[in-house]
Design a protein around this ligand. Structure first.
Ligand code: ADP
Ligand code: ADP
Length: 230
């Protein structure tokens, strides 16, 4: 079974046709980079995958669940499909470690001691062990984004969606975030779909590059096809 399958998907915002005849399959563990001009529908496309945006026509199957079926509970999908946003979206009134421990405790009912150990190991992985008891506002943008990624990893998802994760960061912080993302890309048990302008990331760790314009997928290439065509 593929992780994500779009079959002739149409998405409208009112009368505006935002996604046109989308056909796309993403396999488990794949790293897919989504590029295209601003307003081409990249963010809309990845937001449909975890049910943040409904689709109006076609079939969209994620992790075996049919998102076009009104009876599908998007929370079941979000358990296995994480999302990292441009603006971090951390819980401002919770400490860093609480941000990471919250969803596993509530959704997965993970044992408290095990949950804390995993959270600390993820903080170490993203290089921010010393910030466990800080609040998000006490961290730089790049640090907050690494916490947001750790929070997503804490759910042990099959797929993580990244919506321009480095676009809001100061340039000197981008590499720290990209390095954490590259580690995830190299982990074959976890897939990722990344909307980004960072072509170095695509070149280094991407499996596929998809180019969108005006709500359509115009290219769906292997990395080799994409970069050899330059
Ligand atoms: P991208 O991520 O490629 O910049 P988006 O998916 O954010 O593109 O947006 C695609 C198009 O859909 C744009 O024209 C945008 O203005 C429009 N759009 C996005 N969200 C909404 C919304 N909630 N309501 C109406 N139009 C929207
Ligand atoms: P981002 O920088 O995160 O892509 P945007 O400015 O594209 O943010 O969109 C922010 C929010 O506004 C999103 O929830 C998006 O769906 C909504 N939005 C974007 N374009 C439109 C639009 N033309 N009409 C209504 N809502 C929109």
């Amino acid at each position: 079974m593929s992780m994500v399958e779009f079959h002739d998907v149409q998405k409208y915002y009112g009368d505006f046709h935002a996604l046109k005849d989308i056909n796309l399959t993403v396999e488990a563990g794949e790293t897919v980079v989504l590029i295209g001009p601003s307003g081409s529908g990249k963010s809309t496309l990845i937001r449909t995958i975890n049910g943040l945006e409904p689709i109006q026509e076609g079939r969209l199957i994620v992790d075996g669940f049919d998102l076009a079926d009104k009876k599908t509970d998007a929370n079941k999908i979000r358990k296995n499909v994480g999302m990292v946003f441009q603006h971090f979206n951390l819980y401002a009134n919770k400490t860093v470690i609480e941000n990471i421990m919250l969803a596993p405790r509530i959704v997965l009912k993970r044992d408290e001691k095990e949950n804390k150990e995993l959270a600390l190991s993820l903080l170490k992985k993203v290089g921010l062990e010393s910030k466990a008891n800080n609040y998000p506002r006490q961290l730089s943008g790049g640090q907050q984004q690494r916490i947001a990624i750790a929070r997503s990893l804490a759910m042990s998802p099959k797929l993580i969606l990244f919506d321009e994760p480095t676009s809001a960061l100061d340039p000197e912080m981008i590499d720290d975030v990209l390095n954490v993302m590259k580690d995830i890309a190299r982990d074959s048990s976890m897939g990722m779909i990344v909307v980004t302008h960072e072509m170095g990331f695509a070149r280094e760790v991407g499996d596929r590059v998809i180019f969108m314009a005006d709500g359509e997928i115009l290219e769906d290439d292997t990395k080799e096809q994409f970069f050899d065509g330059e």
